[in-house]
Design a binder for this molecule. Structure first.
Ligand SMILES: NC(=O)c1ccc[n+]([C@@H]2O[C@H](COP(=O)([O-])OP(=O)(O)OC[C@H]3O[C@@H](n4cnc5c(N)ncnc54)[C@H](OP(=O)(O)O)[C@@H]3O)[C@@H](O)[C@H]2O)c1
Length: 269
C-alpha cells in the first residue's frame, strides 16, 4: 500500500518503537493519529515531525474500556482510518511465581485483550483497502524463561492476527503480524539489557525496526520476523521444539540470576 496521505492510528506512539514509527511514517507523507498516555511526550514527538499540522494526538489508557473508546471516537470523527497499528505493549521480566496478579493482568490486558477489542471497534471505521498491523515479538514464536506471561500474550496476538486475517480474506482488509526481536527501548529494564549482553543476544535500534515496519506495510507482508538467529529459532521451535528446549536450558541459570535482580528491583519500588 502506498503510505502517502494514508490515515494511520498508532497505539503506543509515545514509546521507543512507536515514536520511531511516527517519524518514519511522517516521512512517507502519512497522516497520523498518535496514541499514548503521556501528553507531553506525544506533543514533543508531534512538534518534531515534518508536518506536525497533519497529525493528531489521543490520550488513553488502553486497559480502561471508557478510555479505549476515545480512540474509536477520534477515528470516527476523522471519517475512518486506512491502517491500525496495535503497537502499545508492556512486559515484566520475572519468574512467574514472582509476578503479581496486577502485573499478570496488565500484560494480558494491554498486549492481547485491548488490541482485540480495539480492532473489533475500529473495523467498521477501517477504509477498504485497509490494514491492521499487530506488533508481536520473537517471544510470540519462542517460549522464553522469565517471560511466561509476556510470551503467552505474544503467542496469542500472533494467533489472533492469523485467524482474523483468514476471517477477512477477500474483504480487501489485510492483517499483518510483525515480530521485532530485542529492541533498544525503555521496555527492556537494566536487568534485561545485562542479561542480553551476557548471553550475546543481539538487539536492533527502534529506528531500524520502524523502517522494517514501513517496508512490511508497503509490501503488505502478512508475516514478518526480524533478526537472525531469532527467525531461524522460531522456525526450529515450530518444527523441533525439543531441540530448542535443550539449547535454552543451558541459558536457564543465567536467565534466573538476572530475573532475580529484576524481581528484587521491582520489590524495592
Ligand atoms: N523493545 C523490545 O525489545 C521489543 C521486542 C519485541 C517486541 N516489542 C513490542 O513492541 C511494542 C512497542 O514496544 P516498545 O519497545 O516501543 O515499548 P516502550 O518504549 O515501553 O513503549 C510502550 C508504549 O506502550 C504504551 N503503553 C503502556 N501501557 C499502556 C496503557 N496501559 N495504555 C496505553 N498505552 C500504554 C506506552 O505509553 P506511555 O508512554 O504513555 O506509557 C508506550 O507508548 C510492544 O508491543 C512490545 O511488546 C518490543
Amino acid at each position: 500500500m502506498k503510505l502517502k496521505n494514508t490515515r494511520i492510528l498508532i497505539t503506543g506512539a509515545s514509546g521507543g518503537i512507536g515514536g520511531a514509527l511516527a517519524h518514519a511514517l511522517d516521512q512517507r507523507g502519512a497522516c497520523l493519529l498518535l496514541h499514548g498516555r503521556n501528553a507531553d511526550v506525544l506533543h514533543h514527538i508531534q512538534q518534531n515531525l515534518l508536518n506536525p499540522e497533519c497529525h493528531q494526538i489521543v490520550i488513553a489508557d488502553l486497559c480502561v474500556d471508557s478510555e479505549r473508546q476515545k480512540l474509536v471516537d477520534a477515528v470516527a470523527q476523522l471519517g475512518g482510518v486506512d491502517i491500525l497499528i496495535n503497537n502499545a505493549g508492556i512486559n515484566y521480566f520475572a519468574w512467574l511465581e514472582n509476578q503479581s496478579e496486577h502485573q499478570i493482568q496488565q500484560q494480558l490486558l494491554l498486549n492481547i485483550q485491548a488490541p482485540i477489542l480495539l480492532t473489533r471497534d475500529i473495523l467498521p471505521h477501517l477504509h477498504k483497502p485497509g490494514m491492521i498491523m499487530n506488533i508481536g515479538s520473537s517471544f510470540g514464536g519462542i517460549g522464553y524463561a522469565g517471560y511466561s506471561v509476556y510470551c503467552a500474550s505474544k503467542f496469542a496476538i500472533r494467533g489472533f492476527s492469523e485467524a482474523l486475517g483468514r476471517e477477512l480474506a477477500g474483504t480487501s482488509i489485510k492483517v499483518l503480524h510483525f515480530a521485532p526481536r530485542a529492541t533498544q527501548t525503555t521496555l527492556n529494564s537494566a536487568a534485561v539489557c545485562a542479561m542480553n549482553a551476557e548471553l550475546g543476544t543481539k538487539s536492533d535500534s527502534a529506528e531500524y525496526v520502524a523502517q522494517q515496519v514501513v517496508c512490511a506495510l508497503e509490501k503488505e507482508r502478512v508475516r514478518s520476523w526480524l533478526g537472525w538467529p531469532e527467525r531461524f529459532f522460531v522456525k526450529l521451535n515450530a518444527l523441533f521444539p525439543n531441540l530448542v528446549d535443550k539449547a535454552l536450558v543451558k541459558q536457564r541459570h543465567v536467565i534466573a540470576r538476572h530475573a532475580k535482580v529484576s524481581t528484587d528491583k521491582e520489590n524495592l519500588r
